[in-house]
Design a binder for this molecule. Structure first.
Ligand code: SAM
Length: 262
């Protein structure tokens, strides 16, 4: 594999022609500070994305020139707001973003990658094995009972480009311990999504949604932090389930009554 610069100095911008398969962008200077003595492993991850990752369709060829800034460093940046030694479930990890860069930048974290698509799960298992990372991979959807059982409740759930804020909060807060945090990586839409979906966020047990910026330059990212309520009692979604039970009971009773009277 040849090594090329990750910037657009050669005229290959994000919307320009796709670079040759197998080209691996060199790490920008900032990568050494972010990954420290795990920089070589981060370079290996970028090489895996650019080679087999592209072949297996987990990353598009046009992403190659911006793998470091827009994907790997951007993902690691969310580590700025994660507490020491936290347990983390990365929901909808896909190519491993942000979970793999986080595991490399923050070896104190205990990370589980949750992903429903078999092909992506196989990819994640391959990456974790190749890089020798102590990271668990679970196949499933955040809203599924079995996935929730396997992942348990963690200090933090991360998610990048998975779902709109309201739906994401409903799906993922049951994976967060009371008092823990959902850290949703969002683009410029962050504040607008929070405003639009506030009711849904609160109904899911979310409190104190706030928008923060992490990272610098092209690697900077906007993160929405939502706390899971500390209040004990019904789990998020319990109100909706109870309403569903009442509705079904009412439907049954209206179905039954005419039969009884005949
Ligand atoms: C657009 S991709 C983003 C992947 C990665 N987070 C990234 O930033 O490159 C969305 C990912 O979320 C996964 N996904 C979609 N719905 C999900 C759900 N309900 N629970 C967990 N993962 C889900 C998809 O399979 C896909 O891998």
């Amino acid at each position: 594999m040849s090594t090329t610069r990750g910037d657009s100095a050669d005229g290959v911008g994000p919307d320009g022609p796709a670079p040759d398969a197998g080209e691996v962008p060199a790490p920008p200077a900032a990568a050494a500070a972010v990954f420290g003595d795990r920089l070589a492993a981060a370079e290996r991850y970028v090489a895996l994305l650019a080679g087999p990752g592209q072949d297996q369709g987990v990353i598009g060829p046009r992403e190659l020139p911006r793998l470091w800034d827009r994907h790997v460093l951007n993902s690691a940046a969310v580590g700025e707001v994660l507490p020491l030694d936290a347990t983390v479930v990365d929901v909808g990890s896909g190519a491993g973003l942000p979970g793999i860069p986080l595991a490399l930048a923050r070896p104190d974290l205990h990370i589980t990658l949750l992903e429903p698509m078999a092909r992506r799960v196989a990819w994640l298992e391959q990456v974790v094995a190749e890089l020798g990372l102590p990271v668990a991979v679970v196949r499933g959807r955040a809203e599924e009972r079995e996935a929730r059982r396997q992942c348990g409740e963690s200090d933090v759930v991360t998610a990048r480009a998975v779902a709109p804020m309201g739906r994401l909060t409903t799906w993922t807060l049951p994976l967060v311990r009371p008092g823990g945090t959902l850290a949703a990586m969002k683009g410029a839409s962050a504040a607008g999504e929070v405003e639009r979906d506030l009711k849904e966020i609160r109904a899911a047990g979310g409190e104190d949604p706030r928008v923060v910026r992490c990272g610098v330059g092209d690697a900077a990212t906007t993160v929405v932090l939502v706390s899971r309520s500390e209040r004990r009692g019904p789990s998020p979604g319990a109100g909706r389930r109870a309403r569903g039970r009442k509705d079904r009971a009412r439907d049954r009773s209206t179905d039954v009554r005419p039969h009884r009277s005949t």
